[in-house]
Design a protein around this ligand. Structure first.
Ligand code: BES
Ligand code: MG
Ligand code: ZN
Length: 499
């Protein structure tokens, strides 16, 4: 459902709801004073009666006059405004959205807090809308009956600020970011009978309309490139694999190497293969393509806002199924890099896919740095839970920059080790390496260690997003379901360090 957004300096039409944003001073701006007068002091009375406190998130809903222009008034206090950052501002929007009743179809937000502070109100206004949009995502396309029951009515947001055109300027790149986030959430929400390697590649191809160069490798080409590790995983499935590369050249210098190449794990369904998973909860493995979903959504956001940077990306798309053609535990495969791999556990398939995707990415693009994303291990969920993704890197500067972008956007990461003390974890008796740890813990590190074998010493970071890709419950900026964790983080990382 699309929500219309308008930044204006005065409200004209009748509104279901007016949202009044106040800071810790609880002082009303000029427009609010006007409404207060018109409604016989309803706002000032409630402020004076101490029903609202000065802390962040304190709110009050007032019933205005059903016959008049406004039906309902929501007062929302954002608390101390001094140290406002973009993440906090986004979260205000998200929490306001969750306070709005499902029957409201249009609303006006007044963003005019105390003038004493140095923050840019138009930026805050844009961020509030952004937060509302992020929180209001739904995936109801398969609910064919009683559709409206499961939805909300809100379809129009009007924001009153002093300089609407400035607010619009702030909002425009955020809108592109939302479109990227929505795409990623749609992709991870799709069931695996609909989203196969083929149809996921077709989704990536749609980015061509935004100026992204997209190339899709099919089975014959993947075989020609000798991607034995990826092909070993794909063998068991009737759905053929795909490898997709994407290029966004936002600078005039199209010959310069990409600042970053993003690589994503795209296992459209992970049964575990012959090392089959238990049936309970297996449906979650439809979002085992989360890494590739983030990479595709991120490319959409970057291209949508015409980011002035050259970025490339590769996603490896396969389905991991058991069958008479599936690979077996103990099989030895040879990756396109020339490394042989003993496949101890066919459920450790993500790293096999990434081995060839990373090799392809480095050979094709020669990027200055590479960041891969993957729902790689259950072990990272044990370590960090749904609060943070695991970060692994061979480069301190790259790791610190990603960490800081995480703190800034609220999509937080925590660095875990991939040092040489873990080298023995992946040693195989008969091949160059095997695909699992040696059974002495540190499972998320074993996965990273394996991928590291293919990065050819360029600055590299690996984000294990297994714990953060899918949310069991609602949060300030997303409803339960696909979070698109990584899109906002890496959009900010690219913006802050390369534009
Ligand atoms: N896709 C899973 C990891 C995963 C688990 C993602 C739970 C999201 C939620 C991955 O392919 C996998 O099966 N990993 C194994 C590796 C093991 C066999 C070394 C795991 O974590 O158990
Ligand atoms: Mg697996
Ligand atoms: Zn997997």
């Amino acid at each position: 459902m699309s929500m219309k957004v308008a930044f204006v300096s005065k409200s004209v039409t009748k509104k279901d709801l007016v949202v009044v944003i106040l800071d810790e001073s609880l002082e009303m701006g000029p427009n609010i004073i006007g409404i207060d007068k018109e409604y016989k002091g309803i706002i000032s009375d409630s402020i004076n009666s101490n029903k609202l406190n000065k802390t962040k998130g304190s709110s009050l809903t007032l019933i205005a006059n059903k016959d008049k222009k406004i039906q309902e008034i929501l007062i929302y206090c954002i608390g101390e405004i001094k140290n406002y950052n973009s993440d906090k501002a986004d979260r205000i929007g998200g929490s306001i959205f969750s306070l709005i009743s499902k029957s409201i179809s249009n609303l006006t937000i007044y963003v005019e807090p105390n003038k004493k502070h140095k923050i840019i109100i138009e930026d805050l206004a844009a961020r509030i809308v952004h937060g509302m949009k992020l929180r209001s995502y739904t995936f109801f396309k398969y609910k064919l009956k009683n559709k409206s029951k499961h939805n909300f009515a809100l379809n129009q947001i009007e924001i009153i600020t002093k300089d609407p055109s400035l607010a619009k300027k702030y909002y425009s790149p955020l809108q592109s970011l939302e479109e990227g986030v929505y795409l990623t959430r749609n992709l991870v929400s799709e069931p695996a009978n609909i989203l196969t390697p083929k149809t996921l590649a077709e989704e990536a191809e749609k980015l061509k309309s935004l100026g992204v160069k997209v190339e899709v490798l099919k089975l014959a080409q993947i075989k020609r490139l000798k991607m034995g590790a990826l092909l070993g995983v794909a063998m068991g499935s009737a759905n053929e694999p795909r490898v997709v590369s994407m290029t966004w050249n936002g600078t005039k210098n199209t010959k310069s190497k990409p600042e970053v190449c993003f690589v994503g794990k795209g296992v459209t369904f992970d049964t575990g293969g012959i090392s089959i998973k238990p049936s309970g909860g297996m449906q979650d493995m439809k979002w085992d393509m989360g890494g590739s979903g983030v990479v595709i959504g991120l490319m959409k956001a970057l291209a949508g806002r015409k980011a002035k940077v050259n970025i490339s990306a590769v996603v490896g798309l396969v389905e991991n199924m058991p069958s008479g053609k599936a690979q077996r535990p103990g099989d030895v495969v040879v990756a396109s890099s020339g490394h042989s791999i003993e496949v101890i556990n066919t459920d450790a398939e993500g790293r096999l896919v990434l081995a060839d995707a990373v090799t392809y990415a480095i050979n094709k693009f020669k990027p200055k740095r590479l960041i891969d994303l993957a729902t790689l291990t259950g072990a990272v969920i044990v370590s960090l839970g749904p609060q943070r993704a695991g970060l692994f890197s061979n480069n301190d500067e790259l790791a610190n920059n990603i960490f800081n972008s995480g703190e800034k956007t609220g999509e937080k990461v925590w660095r875990l080790p991939v040092g040489e003390e873990y080298d023995d974890d992946i040693k195989s008796a008969i091949a160059d390496m095997h695909n699992v740890g040696s059974g002495r813990g540190a499972g998320a590190t074993s996965g990273a260690k394996f991928i590291e074998q293919f990065v050819q010493n360029i600055p590299w970071a690996h984000l294990d997003i297994a714990g953060v890709t899918w949310a069991k419950s609602n949060s300030e900026l997303y409803p339960a379901g696909g979070t698109a964790f990584g899109v906002r983080l890496l959009n900010t990382y690219v913006k802050d360090f390369f534009e």
